[in-house]
Design a protein around this ligand. Sequence first.
Ligand SMILES: Cc1cc2nc3c(=O)[nH]c(=O)nc-3n(C[C@H](O)[C@H](O)[C@H](O)COP(=O)(O)O)c2cc1C
Length: 218
Amino acid sequence: MSTIFRLDASIRLEGSVTRAVADTLESAITEELGDATVVRRDVGLDPVDPSVWGTAAFAGFTPEDARTPEQVEALATAAALADEVAGADALIFAVPLYNFGVSQHFKAWADLVTTDPRFGPGTETIKGRPAFLITARGGGYGEGTPRAGWDHATGWMRRYLEDVWGLDLDVIETELTLAEVTPQMAELRELAREQLAESHETARTSGRSVTLKLRSAA
Ligand SMILES: Cc1cc2nc3c(=O)[nH]c(=O)nc-3n(C[C@H](O)[C@H](O)[C@H](O)COP(=O)(O)O)c2cc1C
């Protein structure tokens, strides 16, 4: 039986585009695999305590017999999060753009997982496993638009998931998600709907291709 790890970082449940596209992808994957278990981590609605990271980071440099109870606890928290990632055959990350940067909840989670020895420098723990990054942006950041280059999240997430953790990553992006509720963006609504429909379609197709990817990762 395959295990799918799914992380959500949207701070809302109602109307969340990343959650909706991730639902489409998750359904396609579970239908394709038949008997998959999905392990969910919702850092948007249930964030990890960011203060644990500092304690865990220094605990790693402290000899085991000299660690404080707080350090032991911080490392145990990191290990429990890392277990979820290490145990996954395929991974889904649904993370929106916030304030032109990386979701703090996703960053806090990734930082803490990275303190676990299995995810330290040069990690190969999940190397080559199929993974999907689903992201959504309220505005538009395409080449030639006034805010081209302002999305400082997707590049970092791609770098971390693909190059640092070595995942076989597909990125599914949706832009202009604020068009529906922003009067100044009214003329972009049609384009926004098309992009959203395309993202769901890509999610469906990607989900169906996961068996092939799992086979090549094995
Ligand atoms: C606090 C906050 C900050 C945001 N910052 C940006 C931003 O910098 N650029 C942008 O294009 N959209 C921004 N957005 C819009 C979100 O990226 C957009 O609504 C996206 O669809 C959120 O993902 P979700 O639909 O899964 O919740 C922001 C939204 C919130 C709530």
